[in-house]
Every structure is written in structure tokens, then in C-alpha cells.
Ligand binder design. Structure first.
Ligand code: NAP
Length: 413
């Protein structure tokens, strides 16, 4: 049988689909955030029926696709052949060109949050070209340059969906490790093609390269929404701090400068200082492990965005805020962060969080990136280098995002 993406099921190292594990919730959250256990079954229009049992695929999953999956909590990524659904009336089928490696992929591959369903095909920073368009789709045509981020489905009816905040829909489903309307488990962008509901697809501006635009679909929108929510798009000259100069953090620095702010990077990596200033345009750089530097910067910042992927101490970060300042957390470490009361009450400070952004916002962010020529700084890898790239990501050794060249011819796999 033909396989989308050049692999055949005779491939010697290719493993077949295994059974999914129990779908569990993040112990930190009452409601699942990164992997919902809700199951919606779309009948017609926007109506939902009782959910069918969760299954890896349905009889409608007829398109065989070559991809790469983690099979267990070792996090090792191996080739994987699976089936995607046929292109439905609301769907577009996309030939994937590039997919970024978000730290979230690493968390999922290693089951850091205890919610991974194996085999897990990660990837929610996807760019590609539309190859099939469903009959209800007016927004896209064959050949369009498009992107897919974290969102695969939402209820389309709740107050959050109605106000273009699908990312806060109680029933949102993610591009991978989610359960789609038909009950099938979603598989992400570490694969040759994807079928997506067009309402969760955005257009990539012609001015942006498809490889370095890919991380904008998650890293970009995740750091864009806190700027927008905190009125930082059109009120320049604020003093902004970015904690953690990784995939999310380096795009946040670029946004901060594009929106006219004074940007301070707060980092554990002295080796990043020169490039943070020279290449990314940061105004100041503080080593977070230096008590002297942290003390000297006390009460200096209006707003801080925290992107650190590991458990860390919030107290010293809060002390950097002016009175009334805001700390916005987008990172998702696998252990709860301690929130000390004193820096909050003595500085009347606010701590908040956010997850990615809605689809309209994602398109707005993409268009702004097109206008300001903002992309991610990337290192491109072939699919057979994914494990090496993930090892380096775990060691904080990437400047600043790995992007997989999915459609390239150089991979041996
Ligand atoms: P990343 O590229 O690995 O960057 C994280 C940065 O955190 C590193 O570059 C490093 O910066 C710092 N860091 C790493 N380990 C640290 C430690 N032990 N102590 C202190 N600092 C440390 O990760 P990413 O892809 O940007 O993702 C960051 C986090 O955001 C992840 O937890 C991810 O799951 C989460 N995320 C959330 C959303 C959302 O919607 N809220 C979306 C995407 C990702 P320095 O070297 O500068 O210290």
C-alpha cells in the first residue's frame, strides 16, 4: 500500500502502531491543559454527540503516513507509520515542509507531565503547503503556504470559542496527544503530511521563510499573547524582562524590541550575553545566578515574561518588578513553582499565566512578523537527527530552535 511520504511498511526499522496508554491528567491541573481527556464527536454543523470510545484510528483513517514517534518514556524517537483521516469537508490536507522542536515535545516524549499516550508523534510548529481542500473551505486553496500550531479542535460554541479564545476552550484538543472529534488520537508534525480542520490553520506571509517561520506557530504565539494582553503592543518604552533565553525567550526579545521596549534578558547562561545583545538586540543581560546582579536590578522592570522550562525560584524574579509590575508565566515545568507571598504583597505585584493564543491572534502575530520580518533563529536538522537535537535541547544547547526539514531529501529514514 502507498504511504504518504516515501516510506514503505517494509522499512526494516519501522515499528508498527502500539497500543495507547491510559489517558491521564496533569497532576498539577484539575482540568487537563496539554492533553484533554474530553472526547467530542462532531455530527453535523457544530453539534456534538456523546463521544465514541477513544481509538487510535477510525475506519475513515485510510491515508497511510510516514512519521516519527516516541514509543515510551525514554523519549527516543523512531520511525512510525500510521493512518490519518480522509480529508473531510472542513479539512485541508497539508504536505509538511518543516516542524519545530518545542521543549513541550521533549516534555511529552519523556512523559514529564504523566499524560503522554504512546506512540506519540510530537510536533506543533508545522509549516507546509495545502494539497487538498474540503468542500466547505473557502479560506484556503491548493498551493497555499500555511501553518498549524497547538490547536486541532475546540467546541466552537462556548464563550471562549465565540470570542476567538479557542485556546481556553474547556474541550480543546491539541495537534498531538489529543483526541479528535471522531475519537481518534491526534498525531503531530513529525510526519510527512497532516489533515487539519481549516479553522485551526493560519496563513504564512509570503515574506517569511517556511523553516524559520515554523517556530512562530507555538513559540511565537505563546510569547505574543502576553505582550498583547498586557497592552505592550502599542505602548512603547516599557522596561521588559525575559527570563530564559531559549526557543520562546529569544522570540520574546525580538517582539520586545519590535514593539519599542527596553529589554532585559535574565538568564542562567553567561555564554548567551553577547549574542543576546548583538544579534537579538537585548539592552541588558542579567545572570540570574548572580545575587549581586539580581540585587542591582531590583524594582527595575514593568513586566516580566518567564519562559524557563525547568523548576526555578520565582521570588528573585518577582523582586525585579517595580511596584504594580506583572510576571507572566508561559513556561510549564514538570514540578510546581513556589510562589512566595512577600514579594507579592510588598510590591503589589501580579502573577498570571497563559497558553499559546487563539487562531485570530495567531494570524495577527504571523502578519506582524511578516511586517517586522521577525522569525526564529533556527538550526535545521533532518529527521534522523531528531534524537540528537532533543538531547541537545535537554542540555540547553541550541541557538535557539531546532527545526526538522521534513520534506528534505537528505534523511536516510
Ligand atoms: P527551551 O528552548 O529549552 O528554553 C528554555 C530556557 O529556559 C533555556 O534556554 C534556558 O535559558 C532556561 N533554562 C533551562 N533549564 C533551566 C534551569 N534548570 N534553570 C533555569 N533556567 C533554565 O524551551 P522552550 O521551547 O522555549 O519552552 C519553554 C517552556 O515553555 C517549556 O516548559 C515549554 O513546555 C513551555 N511552553 C509553554 C507554552 C504555553 O502555551 N504556555 C507553549 C510552548 C512552550 P537560559 O540559558 O537563558 O537560562
Amino acid at each position: 500500500m502507498a504511504v504518504n511520504g516515501e516510506l514503505s511498511d517494509e522499512g526494516s526499522s519501522i515499528r508498527s502502531q502500539g497500543r495507547c496508554q491510559k489517558h491521564r491528567q496533569h497532576p498539577q491541573f484539575k482540568q487537563t491543559v496539554f492533553c484533554s481527556s474530553f472526547r467530542l464527536f462532531k455530527t453535523s454543523g457544530n453539534k456534538f454527540a456523546k463521544s465514541p470510545p477513544m481509538a487510535q484510528e477510525t475506519p475513515n483513517h485510510t491515508q497511510r503516513v510516514a512519521g516519527w514517534a516516541a514509543y515510551d518514556s525514554s523519549g527516543k524517537i523512531d520511525p512510525f507509520i500510521f493512518k490519518r483521516r480522509e480529508n473531510g469537508v472542513n479539512d485541508v490536507t497539508i504536505k509538511i515542509l518543516y516542524c519545530g522542536i518545542c521543549h513541550t515535545d521533549l516534555h511529552f516524549a519523556k512523559n514529564a507531565w504523566g499524560i503522554t499516550m504512546y506512540p506519540c508523534v510530537p510536533g506543533h510548529e508545522i509549516t507546509g503547503v495545502v494539497v487538498t481542500v474540503g468542500s466547505n473551505v473557502r479560506k484556503f486553496s491548493v498551493g497555499d503556504r500555511v501553518g498549524i500550531g497547538y490547536l486541532a479542535a475546540s467546541c466552537l460554541e462556548c464563550e471562549y470559542c465565540a470570542s476567538s479564545q479557542e485556546n481556553y476552550c474547556d474541550q480543546l484538543q491539541s495537534t498531538y496527544n489529543g483526541v479528535f472529534w471522531d475519537g481518534s488520537i491526534t498525531y503531530g508534525g513529525y510526519s510527512k503530511m497532516i489533515v487539519a480542520d481549516h479553522r485551526y490553520v493560519v496563513r504564512i506571509p509570503d515574506s517569511l521563510p517556511m523553516d524559520s517561520a515554523a517556530p512562530l506557530l507555538c513559540a511565537g504565539i505563546t510569547v505574543f499573547t502576553p505582550f498583547k494582553d498586557n497592552q505592550l503592543l502599542d505602548s512603547p518604552r516599557k522596561k521588559i524582562g525575559i527570563v530564559g533565553l531559549g526557543g520562546l525567550g529569544h522570540v520574546a526579545v525580538k517582539f520586545g524590541k519590535a514593539f519599542g521596549h527596553h529589554v532585559t534578558v535574565i538568564s542562567t547562561s553567561p555564554s548567551k550575553e553577547a549574542e543576546a545583545k548583538q544579534r537579538l538586540g537585548a539592552d541588558e543581560f542579567i545572570i540570574s545566578t548572580s545575587a549581586d546582579q539580581m540585587k542591582a536590578a531590583k524594582r527595575s522592570l514593568d513586566f516580566i515574561l518567564d519562559t524557563v522550562s525547568a523548576k526555578h525560584s520565582l521570588g528573585p524574579v518577582l523582586e525585579l518588578l517595580k511596584v504594580n509590575g506583572t510576571l507572566s508565566i508561559v513556561s510549564a515545568p514538570d514540578a510546581p513553582l513556589d510562589l512566595p507571598a512577600f514579594p507579592l504583597i510588598f510590591g503589589k505585584r501580579t502573577v498570571k499565566g497563559s497558553i499559546i493564543g487563539g487562531i485570530l491572534e495567531t494570524q495577527e502575530m504571523m502578519d506582524l512578523c511578516g511586517k517586522h520580518n521577525i522569525t526564529s533563529d533556527i538550526e535545521t536538522v533532518t529527521p534522523d537527527q531528531i534524537n540528537h537535537a532533543m538531547d541537545r535541547l535537554a542540555r540547553n544547547d541550541v541557538r535557539y530552535r531546532f527545526v526538522i526539514d521534513i520534506a528534505g531529501k537528505t534523511s536516510k529514514l
